[in-house]
Design a protein around this ligand. Structure first.
Ligand code: CP3
Length: 342
């Protein structure tokens, strides 16, 4: 299907466009009262993720309400551990929790390599419904967690400031770590390919816990596997967002991906220098700017746009939008991007 608005895809491919495209990480979610209304009718987050019609509906909400230039499928990175055999719970205001974690070779051996059309049929169905209902208005972004970030949850069992159990395994049992990372990588490749087949126009890998590793371990236990995923996906543009991996920007610039996400700690000019000229950059406004006044939001957004320049930039925040952000402030950010003149 021909897209009415394909700014995101053209910029990801390196083409010059009439303006900078804009979307927000976590745009489908608690910032919108319309999302909370859907969510209230259900037992919880997991039920919403697993109900394709409703997942599709909340995916499209930010396109209708905020007029972003892309939709991102409403799901979670944790559907992969779940499909591999480690179920999770999402405790309100506390985040994910895995009753079982991976400690031994036997446990890792028992994990399935996912068959997305069976184990993740609900996501595939949600993508198909979303594509139909979007009817070509904007591209649909598919996503998965980077193998290292998924490994963190499978070993640690919950969110953590340090993920010291996950990091400890890299020293205590690197062979087990690598076996588990390979298994996650294979499942992730299959999953992203199935998302693309169902209609995803671009895919993004979230390495949310990139920043907790020393550079040598990051290369060995994360980038190696991200590279395998990038190499396997050549159907659509590919974005790598490695939060906190400022020390790895040069290496990330050499990955076979089209777009590199920056978090708000990363200096824009320095990142362009390190990543190189043949990648599109995505980001990177501090999400807390959206707690400021309209005037502050406009100035900070304009300043960011001028630093990135008119080409090879997809405007976004440096991480997901915080749930208590006023949607009118989000709209101010979006409108500022759309009306900016360089
Ligand atoms: O709009 C979008 O960006 C699409 C939806 C999306 C969600 N999770 C929905 C969600 C995406 C892309 C994710 C990715 C995700 N999930 C990441 C990577 C990005 C990042 O933030 O670093 C991570 C680490 C997770 C794991 C996860 N899911 C955590 C730690 C939490 C709890 C924290 C929180 O925000 O509550 C979640 C829950 C979650 N995922 C919610 C949403 C909308 C909130 C739950 C709810 O609405 O009840």
């Amino acid at each position: 299907m021909v897209l009415e608005n394909d700014l995101l895809l053209r910029v990801a491919r390196g083409e010059k466009t009439e303006r900078t495209p804009v979307w927000l990480m976590r745009q489908a979610g608690r910032i919108l009262p319309e999302y909370r209304a859907v969510r209230e009718r259900l037992s919880g987050f997991v039920e919403l993720v697993q109900t394709p019609e409703l997942a599709a509906a909340v995916t499209i909400q930010p396109v209708d309400i905020l007029e972003v230039d892309a939709a991102i499928i409403f799901s979670d990175i944790l559907v992969i551990p779940e499909a591999m055999g480690l179920a999770y719970e999402m405790a309100e205001k506390k985040g994910p929790f895995f009753p079982e974690t991976i400690k031994t070779e036997e446990q890792a051996e028992r994990l399935r390599t996912v068959v997305p059309e069976e184990d993740l049929a609900y996501v595939i169905e949600a993508i198909k419904i979303t594509k139909k209902e979007l009817n070509g208005r904007v591209p649909l972004i598919g996503f998965a967690g980077a193998p290292w970030t998924i490994f963190c949850y499978m070993v640690e069992g919950q969110g953590s400031k340090t993920f010291s159990k996950a990091r400890a395994m890299l020293y205590k049992n690197p062979d087990l770590a690598i076996r588990l990372l390979n298994k996650i990588t294979e499942s992730t490749v299959r999953y992203l390919k199935a998302q693309i087949k169902a209609g995803a126009d671009l895919v993004q890998l979230f390495d949310s816990w990139a920043g907790i590793l020393p550079p040598d371990l990051y290369q060995q236990f994360s980038l190696t596997f991200i590279e395998k995923v990038c190499q396997a996906i050549d159907e659509v543009p590919f974005t790598v967002f490695a939060k906190g991996a400022y020390f790895a920007r040069k290496a990330i610039g050499k990955l076979p991906c089209q777009t590199v996400g920056l978090d708000w700690n990363m200096d824009i000019a320095e990142s362009r220098e390190l990543v190189g000229m043949d990648k599109t950059l995505q980001g990177n406004l501090d999400p807390c700017v959206l707690y400021g006044s309209y005037d502050q939001i406009k100035k900070a957004t304009q300043n960011m746009l001028d630093q990135f320049g008119p080409y090879r930039h997809i405007a976004n925040l440096g991480h997901g939008v915080y749930p208590d952000t006023d949607p009118d402030k989000v709209r101010c950010f979006i409108d500022t991007v759309k009306t900016h003149s360089f």
